[in-house]
Design a protein around this ligand. Structure first.
Ligand SMILES: Cc1cc2nc3c(=O)[nH]c(=O)nc-3n(C[C@H](O)[C@H](O)[C@H](O)COP(=O)(O)O)c2cc1C
Length: 368
């Protein structure tokens, strides 16, 4: 039976073939300088052919100080526009739609990617996974990065992307400003909820100024940083989304967790349908309180669960990352009756240091 999962959906005037979204997924498939490669284009062609309604790229740094992993697609110079437009054309040629995720890693940048410089962040709060203490950003640097988000969005639009997603989740820079754990400032950028929100607001406004009111601009945010103490929690996160909605943002993708949290964005052991859609509760709360579309990500593996989330009003769109690494054509398979992704949520795809590019390690083992 075909349900609304496979019906077209209009997002900011863009007609998506269905309500399935490929959540932003780092590819490790740009070259060392961040240029689009033929291999990256192939990856995206396969996703578009596979029938997903909207593709969100892996996070693209808006500034060289924001590179968090190697071989990310870069968006911090006009010289990248040409390659990015080839990527977009390849997706459009297959009938797909694609948004560029724009990001800055802040304190979650691997220091070796920053030419020996320390990562920068709202405050100098030790990052235990990378074992680094970042340096606190100066006011001038904050404005530089805000402008860089605007410029990256302008480049995305020039390259033909259907929209941009601000990476405001998972403990990266925008998320760091929103979180009371990582933002300990006592100036205009931190100290209370209003001031913690300011960076996200200015980033949004800088983007909107560059791309105009008709262009799709949305955000991925944490509903919960999942820290033992402090950090962003669902009540404050919802107020962030409400304020962004008032400013004019077009949609919100709901996630949670960061490098140092116990519960991470990509959880393992998704064995039963009850383990799936692990952000459905906060997403449902967002959906009840917001007018803009809510995108649910996190552990969705079954078509029936995806349909249930839409039917029960937890979300407007269903987003997946790991299942589409394993099976880029999963949407088409769902449409022809398959119920469950083959993805084992083992997270071997995340150990990018061991991989030439992000791929399904289990599938590779089966082929060998
Ligand atoms: C290999 C890999 C790379 C990821 N890269 C990004 C990224 O660039 N930006 C982002 O917002 N989330 C990223 N994520 C998180 C996913 O978008 C998603 O939120 C998470 O994996 C949960 O969804 P899933 O259960 O469908 O995989 C990544 C996840 C994986 C496994």
């Amino acid at each position: 039976m075909q349900t609304m999962l496979f019906e077209p959906y209009t997002l900011k005037g863009i007609t998506l073939a269905n309500r399935l979204v490929r959540s932003a997924t780092y590819e490790k498939n740009a070259d060392e300088e961040g240029f689009v490669t033929p291999g990256l284009i192939e990856m995206y062609e396969a996703l578009a052919r596979g029938g997903v309604g909207l593709i969100i790229t892996g996070g693209a740094p808006v500034h060289p100080t924001g590179k968090f992993v190697p071989q990310m697609v870069a968006a911090y110079d006009d010289k990248y526009i040409d390659g990015l437009s080839k990527l977009v054309s390849a997706v459009h040629a297959q009938g797909g739609k694609i948004a560029l995720q724009i990001a800055h890693g802040g304190r979650q940048c691997y220091p070796e990617l920053l030419n020996g410089e320390l990562p920068m962040a709202p405050s100098a709060v030790y990052e235990p996974v990378l074992k680094t203490t970042p340096r606190e950003m100066a006011e001038e640097e904050i404005w530089t990065i805000i402008r860089a988000f605007g410029d990256a969005a302008r480049r995305a639009k020039a390259a033909g992307f259907d929209g941009v997603q601000i990476h405001g989740a998972h403990g990266y820079l925008v998320s760091q400003f929103l979180s009371s754990h990582t933002n300990r400032r006592e100036d205009a950028w931190g100290g209370d909820e209003d001031r913690r929100f300011r960076f996200a607001a200015e980033v949004y406004k800088a983007i909107r100024k560059e791309v105009g009111s008709d262009y799709l601009v949305f955000i991925k945010i944490n509903t919960n940083d999942h820290l033992c103490s402090g950090g962003l929690r669902p009540d404050e996160s919802l107020r962030v989304a409400q304020r962004l909605q008032a400013l004019g943002i077009d949609a919100v993708e709901v996630s949670g967790g960061m490098y140092e949290s116990a519960l991470r964005p990509a959880r393992t052991k998704i064995l039963h349908v009850e383990d799936e859609a692990y952000f459905k509760e906060p997403a449902g709360m967002f959906k009840m309180s917001l007018k803009i579309p809510v995108i649910l990500v996190g552990g969705i593996r079954s078509r029936s669960v995806a349909e249930d989330m839409l039917d029960k009003g937890y979300a407007d769109l269903i987003s997946m990352a790991r299942p589409l690494i394993r099976e880029p054509d999963l949407p088409k398979k769902f449409m022809s009756g398959k119920d469950k992704s083959d993805c084992e949520s083992c997270n071997a795809c995340m150990f990018f240091r061991r991989l030439d590019k992000v791929k399904c390690v289990q599938l590779q083992k089966l082929k060998e």
